[in-house]
Design a protein around this ligand. Structure first.
Ligand code: UD1
Length: 450
């Protein structure tokens, strides 16, 4: 069966108390709206339409790389009206459409698939997801007669008895498109909020004797994020799920309380994560790595058997059997090879470091290409900025750069060369050469006594 999806994201989300759209708030490193879009894609739903209104530009900006289409709801007249705004998207489509609110980041891919399967196998016109809450607050209540769903009543329209019902609507539906388009015409706004409720479709469906089905999921899967407190709770729940996932895949996590791993991170087997580690964005960590305490890794790829200690790494690539830190800072586009040592208080930026090279202490390497098997001594600095432009330093394979050397870029050091400690290199150093550029030491005898 053909299946497409509509995500309702035109509402204000005013309880978030934010200048930003609710769907752009991140849960475990990813915007809620994108968590949903990615899950739909992973469930083989590729044609996705977002209904936008409030903060329209922001939502479009955040989702622009995800190949979705947009419909606009100028005035927020209710969820039924919001779906009506995507009529153009539904026109000429056959089969069924999934409908989601944009704020249920914990809903599982498996549940999306189970919703679609139930809908297909039971040949329903509407299948929707319900759950049970001890205290269902403002959720729409599921009114059943003899076990069958009769209607959904919004909390504000419920009688005191109906408010006691614990089964609620989660705003996740799979609906036959023909039925939906006809049903939407019959929805009115005579209710407590004067809104066009999508939920009225259930009563309409029952009147028309179409088949209506439900699936139930655990309530933690469908908590809607409407406030900062719920955002905190969603982060906590998803974080636990992510940590469980990695532990189930053979990753050791020594302290779940202080380990933060974003939703898209991948980690290889037998890697050990020590306390107070943040692994963010689209980072990929290899097998048998040790990510030691107080480390932050963002959008970075790390090879197998590598050790990172108390370091911060952004948008970089680190090879295999390499060690970084303690207290190293790899800024974007640092490409570090295999069996490399990047030691304490070393900062690297936009630089390639060849295999088996050592930069052990207190150095800055920016806008550089350092070959294989080099040794960069303590306190070397690539002087890459002349006040206006950045320039490149190139150091050939097997070179030895002594302590406290300044390499004033643009500059090239040929392979297998040797730079004496304390030298300021301003000119090209040929391969196999020694460069020394410092004043000869003068000793004046008895100067102190005189
Ligand atoms: C809705 C359901 C309710 C359910 C609850 C689950 C209706 C009438 N009620 O409640 O049964 O228990 O979700 O969270 O559907 N939106 C628009 N345009 C609008 C109004 C809303 O795009 O005019 C979007 C919002 O951005 C949000 C979603 O629809 O993503 C749900 O809206 P929200 O106001 O959170 O839900 P309720 O109406 O409270």
């Amino acid at each position: 069966m053909e299946i497409c999806a509509i995500v309702l994201a035109a509402g204000k989300g005013s309880r978030m108390k934010s200048k930003h759209h609710k769907g752009t708030h991140k849960v475990c490193g990813k915007e809620m709206i994108n968590i949903l879009i990615d899950k739909l894609r992973a469930s083989n739903v590729s044609d996705i339409n977002l209904v936008v209104g409030e903060h329209k530009e922001e939502i479009i900006n955040v989702t622009k790389d995800r190949g979705v289409s947009y419909s606009t709801q100028e005035e927020q007249l209710g969820t039924g009206h919001a779906v009506l705004c995507s009529q153009e998207f539904l026109k000429d489509k056959k089969g069924s459409v999934l409908i989601f609110a944009c704020d249920t980041p914990l809903f599982k891919k498996e549940s999306i698939i189970s919703l679609i399967k139930t809908h297909e196998s039971e040949k329903n016109a509407i299948t929707f997801v319900t759950s049970f809450f001890e205290d269902p607050l403002s959720y729409g209540r599921i009114i059943r007669k003899n076990g069958e769903v009769s209607l959904i009543r919004e909390a504000k329209d419920c009688t005191p008895e109906e408010l006691l019902i614990k089964e609620v609507n989660t705003s996740i539906y799979c609906i036959d498109i023909d039925f939906l388009l006809n049903g939407l015409k019959k929805i009115n706004n005579s209710n407590a909020q004067n809104e066009f409720y999508l939920t009225d479709l259930i009563e309409i469906g029952n009147k028309e004797n179409v088949k209506i089905g439900t699936i139930q999921v655990e309530n933690k899967e469908v908590i809607g994020v409407d406030s900062r407190k719920q955002l905190y709770y969603a982060n906590k729940l998803l974080r636990e799920e992510i940590l469980d996932f990695h532990m189930n895949n053979g990753v050791t996590i020594l302290d779940c309380e202080s380990t933060y791993i974003d939703v898209d991170v991948k980690i290889g087997m037998d890697t050990i994560i020590y306390p107070n580690v943040h692994i963010c964005g689209k980072s990929i960590i290899g097998e048998e790595c040790e990510i030691l305490p107080n480390t932050k890794i963002v959008d970075t790829q790390i090879g197998n058997n590598t050790k990172i200690e108390s370091s911060v790494i952004y948008e970089s690539k680190v090879g295999e059997n390499t060690s970084v830190g303690p207290f190293a800072y790899l800024r974007p586009n640092s490409i570090i090879g295999d069996r490399v040592k990047v030691g304490d208080f070393v900062e690297i930026k936009n630089a390639t470091i060849g295999n088996e090279t050592k930069i052990s202490h207190l150095s800055y390497v920016g806008d550089a290409s350092v070959g294989e098997n080099c040794n960069l001594g303590c306190g070397i600095v690539t002087v890459n900025y002349d006040g206006k432009k950045k320039h490149k330093t190139i150091i050939g394979d097997k070179s030895f750069v002594g302590c406290n050397v300044n390499l004033v870029a643009p500059v090239v050091v040929g392979e297998n060369s040797y730079i004496a400690a304390g030298t300021t290199v301003t000119e090209k150093v040929d391969s196999n050469s020694l460069a020394i550029g410092r004043c000869r030491q003068t000793n004046i005898k008895n100067w102190v006594k005189k």
